[in-house]
Design a binder for this molecule. Structure first.
Ligand code: NAI
Length: 318
């Protein structure tokens, strides 16, 4: 069953991702308890959330039917991990990507939760089986891996462990849909999940093309931002292929042989670093910005992602 919106969600870790999850759940009306091992950090997180809600309101991008104040009031700082998860039907852990830290946190939570809770980790690479293997409630464990920034890139990968109960994935999926995210389900765990496997295959080929002096870093980035990426903002590689021919069968007839020939020329991946790393860094400093100015450039990025999110929302309505 889809959880109703008066229920409570517990967020553990109030950094970048914890703050985003808190806002997303609050926007759909959920009561949110947020905890951090650093007490000062929770205070900072709540201030950031306040500011972000203000910005979203100004841009007309506030989610859900509640106003800024109503959303803010749904998020409360918890002073202990016990307070945070007490009464929560769903717990989203957002602590640093280190197995020892995640295991420590979940070990504590495991002692105090009910048998029907859902225990979700934001892990971006640690496998659910590795984090949860020793837990008493490991059958309630799942990874819900968000995409950064979660407000504008709504994809969430849901990855069960081999022992995850059958109801956990569908309930998590409907909860995430309810808060306006776009969940996809991996049927079983795999290193890198799916988003990063695809991302790393793109980085791998980009690295090779620059390493072999075929193209500059700046032009390589343009291939994505003005070519492939323009289509990918609206559809995936499979639909792209489908539309580029008269369906997949016709695409295969026309292109499969050539694609396979090129794919077999990819060879072993090159480790990132060395001279090519230095060369790419230098180029990026010149065509993007010096490292000291990346905060400004992130604002430039987020402004564009926000505008795209708005456009996509409007187009999907029509
Ligand atoms: P972050 O470093 O911004 O926040 C982590 C927070 O956890 C900090 O506030 C820290 O004080 C707190 N923390 C550390 N130990 C703790 C403990 N024992 N109990 C409670 N809180 C504790 O990290 P970020 O970026 O928010 O990442 C969190 C998780 O989300 C990681 O697993 C990361 O891989 C994943 N993720 C991150 C993405 C990103 O782009 N930043 C994207 C998708 C997933």
């Amino acid at each position: 069953d889809t959880p109703t919106s008066d229920m409570k969600v517990g967020i553990i870790g109030s950094g970048l991702i914890g703050q985003s999850w808190a806002m997303l759940f609050a926007s759909a009306g959920y009561q949110v308890g947020i905890y951090d091992v650093e007490i000062e950090q929770v205070k900072k997180a709540l201030q950031n959330i306040e500011q972000q809600l203000l910005d979203l309101e100004e841009q007309g991008l506030l989610r859900g039917n509640l106003n800024k104040q109503e959303q803010r009031e749904r998020i409360a700082a918890a002073s202990t991990i016990g307070d945070c998860v007490k009464g929560a039907f769903y717990i989203q852990e957002c602590v640093p990507e280190r197995l020892d830290i995640k295991k420590g946190v979940w070990g504590e939570v495991d002692k105090i939760v009910n048998v029907d809770v859902i225990m979700a980790s934001s892990s971006s690479s640690l496998l659910p089986s590795k984090i949860s293997d020793n837990l008493k409630h490991r059958n309630r464990f799942v990874v819900s891996h968000p995409t950064n920034p979660p407000f504008y890139a709504p994809l969430v990968e849901i990855i069960p462990a081999p022992w995850t109960d059958d109801d956990v994935v569908p309930t998590t999926k409907s909860l995430l849909e309810r808060i306006g995210q776009v969940p996809v389900v991996l049927k079983k765990e795999i290193d890198g999940f799916v988003l990063n496997r695809i991302q790393y295959s793109i980085i791998g080929e980009a690295w090779r093309l620059i390493n072999d002096d075929i193209i500059s870093a700046e032009d390589l980035d343009k291939v994505m931002s003005t070519g492939l990426g323009v289509r990918y903002a609206f559809m995936g590689p499979l639909e792209t292929a489908y539309l580029n021919a008269d369906g997949m069968k016709s695409y295969i007839e026309r292109y499969a042989e050539m694609i396979y020939r090129i794919q077999t020329s990819f060879g072993q991946p090159l480790p990132m670093g060395g001279k090519t790393g230095d060369k790419i860094q230098k180029e990026l400093e010149s065509y993007v910005c010096p490292v000291e100015r990346v905060t400004e450039r992130r604002q430039w990025r987020d402004k564009r992602l926000a505008a795209l999110a708005k456009l996509k929302k409007e187009m999907d309505k029509g």
